[in-house]
Design a protein around this ligand. Sequence first.
Ligand code: SF4
Ligand code: SF4
Length: 374
Amino acid sequence: MNKKKNQVRKHDPIVYFADIAVQNLEQKKTLPSKFKRMLGRFRLKEKVAGKKVAIKMHFGSGIGYTTIHPVFIRILVEELKNAGAAQISVMDRKADDGIPRGYTPEVLGCNVISTFGDTGKYLYKDRIGFKGLDYALYGGEAVDSDFFIDLSHIKGHGSCGFGGAMKNIAMGVVPHETRTKLHGLEGGISYDPEKCDMCKKCIESCPNNAIWLEGDKKDKRVSIFHNCTYCQHCILICPNHALDVDDRKFVDFSKGMARVTKKFLQKFDPQNLLFINFLLNITVFCDCWGFTTASLVPDIGIIASRDIIAAETASLDMIKTEDLLPNGMPKNRGLLDEGNHLFERIHAKDPYHMLRELEKIYNCSSKYDLKEVK
Ligand code: SF4
Ligand code: SF4
């Protein structure tokens, strides 16, 4: 158990926005320059001087290329150095996952490490006490930082509706064991042999070799092994809808995500937290798929706030169904008829739901005051 005391916070509704649209063709009017000015609004010198700073991001995997561009991370690192940070580390589950996308110490100008330390076992355990989620494990490199920056790429997600700052903590600061317990709150996987044509796409899509098909056309059976993380890749790829999540418990899943996030955030003085969401290359699925599809909507810009839910809510509010780009959806999928948000019309899950759960149990708010950084 980490010794940090639970921190009480006051809601700070200010959300800064840097628009990708440019006024004219000057370098200082473009997004990286606006990002630098946006960071200036957070008075980093007062906040990070002499401190150990963690920048948690998702490095992506495989041949994916739409994670956060290294140019922005380099700017962030330079600003932290200028502000006198004693140590800066960019982190995700495995440091090596960052190499193909240019997240290296040479490019970024700081350490690139695993959140779980060199051994993968630098972890803290904290009680959660919600259904099967008895406790959560948290990466020690993140927990033991003095100032935590949640640097997230906004995109769709099969389990959460969308992935952003909250997912970057609840699924990203925790190891496989806790992620599996969280996904376990959604229920098991059902299989309808009548619909299955044994194309085996589900097997090919599984990142964990956790699904197997046996038998023949007359007697088809599917086996799901214990290393299934309920990521739903197999369900989403099945052309015949033969697989599904049993007893959909999205509400429980959202509550679990909120509780894991709250426990982590409480370890920090709110003044030592910063949430930055990149609304660029907003794709239908998460970067963990290991490949990239076209953007769902035009690029929007960057959001930053000290309040996680204000940042997430503002980000979701800026993504409009009517802006959907034709190539953004895979050709074999269409939008659902029901849903109030583009992500809900894709993943059948209200993306605000998870945020409301956190708002209920942690002193943060969906109310925000948007200030554009020109
Ligand atoms: S993807 Fe669907 S149809 Fe194809 S083998 Fe798997 S369950 Fe059957
Ligand atoms: S849910 Fe994910 S881990 Fe489980 S069998 Fe399907 S693809 Fe594999």
